[in-house]
Design a protein around this ligand. Structure first.
Ligand code: DGT
Ligand code: MG
Ligand code: MG
Ligand code: MG
Ligand code: MG
Length: 280
């Protein structure tokens, strides 16, 4: 096709390719979900349907993008980690983050009526999500990234559980509840919940306390990888390009693999012992 004289504007576009041979983590976060949760009367501090809807949308995204090895969600956010070898969209950042945000948003809205049949979405307040990509050089940083998000989940959820128990059960004003919790550590909050309200925080729903981890269980290619204690050492860089057949076979395996949902500790070693089953 002949080029128009306008074609040159294309040369202004920037590729923005993400560094090869690194793990790409894409985190989505609900825009203005503080107000969104109020508008649709989400339960406080946690609305189980809302979290299940996030999980269902994330599973759909994983189903459509086989390069996603695993994902972690809590509150209004979801983080997806892509295989280190991922070549999707030639690793162009803008294409990746915009596709993740729009695919997740589309599924969240599509699935909404299944989770909130009584609450029709209002065109003036639709759920939308932003997205960013971060690169990590090894499994060590990927593990620390997920630990960071789970620690955030724990800190916020313990605080919110104590806060809303003081307000809803203890009849404190929101201001007084805030004052009561000022300067308390996690031990104090656990004691307050148990001593004043008979609530053992550890018996609260694991989905609330731990968030949700999704892994694509492709199994591991070698026994030794499975029994490794540490995520290190990293797999050796490929000596040769994989054959096209091999790449296709592996992708088929990923597409067919089961997506497993877990509400477990992902900070300690236990969870990462079997990481070769899903991330290498
Ligand atoms: P942003 O992300 O800067 O656009 O602003 P927000 O408002 O989304 O703030 P963010 O993402 O830091 O915090 C998430 C908000 O979503 C937080 O205010 C609590 C709310 N939220 C998330 N899940 C639930 C839930 O299950 N129940 C209730 N009541 N609120 C929730
Ligand atoms: Mg925010
Ligand atoms: Mg948000
Ligand atoms: Mg958030
Ligand atoms: Mg097009």
């Amino acid at each position: 096709m002949a080029k128009s004289r306008f074609e040159y504007v294309r040369t202004y576009e920037q590729d923005g390719m993400l560094l090869p041979n690194t793990y790409i983590v894409i985190r989505l976060d609900g825009r203005g979900f503080h107000r969104f949760a109020d508008r649709y009367h989400f339960g406080k501090p946690n609305d189980k349907r809302a979290l299940c809807l996030m999980n269902a949308a994330a599973k759909q995204v994983m189903g459509q993008i086989p390069d996603i090895a695993g994902a972690y969600g809590q509150s209004d956010e979801y983080s997806f980690v892509l295989r280190r070898e991922c070549r999707l969209f030639d690793r162009r950042e803008a294409k990746l983050v915009s596709t993740f945000a729009s695919t997740f948003t589309a599924h969240y809205q599509f699935l909404w009526p299944q989770y909130f049949p009584q609450r029709v979405l209002d065109g003036n307040m639709l759920p939308t999500f932003d997205a960013r990509a971060v690169l990590y050089p090894s499994l060590r940083e990927v593990r620390d990234y997920f630990s960071w998000r789970q620690a955030d989940c724990h800190i916020n959820n313990l605080y919110n559980t104590a806060f809303w128990t003081l307000v809803l059960t203890g009849d404190l004003s929101q201001h007084d509840a805030e004052q009561a919790l000022m300067g308390t550590n996690s031990g104090d909050k656990n004691e307050l919940l148990f001593g004043r309200f008979g609530i053992n925080y550890n018996n609260e729903d694991a989905m609330f306390r731990k968030g949700t981890m999704l892994v694509r269980d492709v199994g591991s290619s070698s026994e030794s990888a499975e029994s490794r204690d540490e995520p290190e050492p990293e797999p050796e860089p490929e000596q040769h390009e994989k054959s096209k057949r091999q790449v296709e076979r592996e992708e088929k395996k990923r597409r067919k693999a089961e997506i497993v949902e877990m509400h477990v500790d992902i900070i300690g070693d236990e969870f990462w012992k079997n990481s070769a089953r899903w991330i290498s």
